[in-house]
Design a protein around this ligand. Sequence first.
Ligand SMILES: [Zn+2]
Length: 177
Amino acid sequence: MKTIIIIISALILVSSVYFSERNFTMSDSQINKDSTKQESEKDRMLKKLNKSEEEWKQELSEEQYCVMFEKGTERAFTGKYYDHHEEGIYTCAACGSNLFSSDAKYNSKSGWPSYFQPYSKESINYHKDSSYGMVRTEVTCAKCDGHLGHVFTDGPEPTGLRYCINSVSMNFVAKEK
Ligand SMILES: [Zn+2]
């Protein structure tokens, strides 16, 4: 009887080690999958405008590259446009596409340039972003897939939206007077 109990407990022990190792391997492959997904997003952006990583790195500043390709965030109250009030169009720093009009810009006091709507529906793409333990909506340039920032639902009328955008992802074209 004793022997049977010992055999059964040994079996339980072996199988629990086996399954926990299996779980470990599974979560490992999950991580790999996620990093390949990030890789392919970058590849897609490179392919979309047919420019190599090296060419982008030459054209953009280090901070621009980090924000637009690696989804970084500039520090609040440091960007060139959060306190910028001229009339004109904000364009994509990578591809030049129109992103936001100064007509939709408002002071959100967040330290990043904020807009209640994009230049046009076709300017922006939306993606679910679950990084840093938050669920947010990432916004990217529809033409080149460059990362711009996030959109939140605490904005002013008429849309109630707050497009919270990194200054380094944009250039400004002043309205001709
Ligand atoms: Zn772009």
